[in-house]
Design a binder for this molecule. Sequence first.
Ligand code: FDA
Length: 397
Amino acid sequence: MHSFDVIVIGAGAAGLFCAGIAGQSGLRVLVIDHADKVAEKIRISGGGRCNFTNRDAGPANFLSENPHFCRSALARYTPQDFIALVQRHRIAWHEKHKGQLFCDESSEDIIGLLLRECDAGGVTRWQPCRVAEVRHGAAGFECDTDRGTARSARLVVATGGLSIPKIGATDFGYRLARQFGHRIVETRPALVPLTFDGAVWAPFAALAGVALPVRIATGPGKAQGRFDEDLLFTHRGLSGPAVLQISSYWRPGEPLTIDLHPHGDLATSLRQAKAGSRRQLGTVLAEHLPQRLADAWLQGVGQDGHRPLAETRDRDLQTLAQRLHAWELRPSGTEGYRKAEVTAGGVDTRELSSQSLESQRLPGLHFIGEVVDVTGWLGGYNFQWAWASAAACARAM
Ligand code: FDA
């Protein structure tokens, strides 16, 4: 029997960060992970450069059935705290877009940071190592693993979500939560491309590769989820930051509304261009939209793009503009966990302490990171939640 103060299951962002802090506070910590490689999701994140936090991260950037839950942890471990740590480790970084911070060189820098923090805390890591069973009794938690049984007073579950199963994602954390009586908020792929039925999408399939800035919205009153970002047409549907963001809010059966020309009044622009103009409708529209989209759109609504703008009725221009400002369409589904960056839903936070991420059902049991029902927007927010929830948990032990 191997004895520790804390066992952390999952050597990803949250698990390694928690282990390092707990180890450095004097606790004997074991981290167990079944994957061959450590922190594979960090490695592939941010296109290989890890968008490790967002300067502006706050509770409003997260989805949860219990929206205030994340407040405490986020307030006590801020993006500035993680930036200071990155600087202490002499990792070069830059800001890209809307507060998103990336490594200059490689995601490996963040993995190196986490492993050095674990080394500084004398953390033991068993990897690859499978956990067959977890029990709780008078002596605390016991984990039966490939390397024998390990015992501890505290168990931290940091096994992440279901996204990208081919690099090690499993439902282990949810099963363990259920084993100890916890409720799971239904999980679903989030930050994921959206797909459309073949027939509905046929007119747009040829637009694969076309990208443009849009305003996108879904949800009751359209106020709940609304983003100004870039949209990308794909062979099967829509992707790009705008669609990944809105996918976290989208529910099956609901429509999306997309403003394809969010920074200006298209009706006015078209009417103004009409005065004394000999140009064609398609040419003028392509000054406001990518040419391929303008052509496909006019064809779809039965308008002749070669027609002189001057001969197009104001009423038709008005209708055309209205539709482009409020394109309503209904996705048939998502690309699923295979392509989703994160999993929405998870361990119900109403049964966890927001201070320590500890179970209110079983003292000593903690859930941190993505396995919890807290899901961030695209842009470094999910890593910030991993760091903040890990720090809150480790400091409370
Ligand atoms: P994480 O998934 O990091 O770690 C969980 C660990 O548990 C894994 O090592 C896994 O092997 C292990 N595990 C699972 N089941 C187990 C079992 N049964 N036994 C033992 N171990 C088990 N976020 C962001 O903020 N910025 C970004 O740039 C990106 N980019 C990005 C790109 C892509 C392609 C993806 C898929 C995701 C992102 N994300 C992101 C999201 C981010 O990667 C994610 O939210 C965090 O890694 C979550 O951290 P966790 O530690 O909770 O889980």
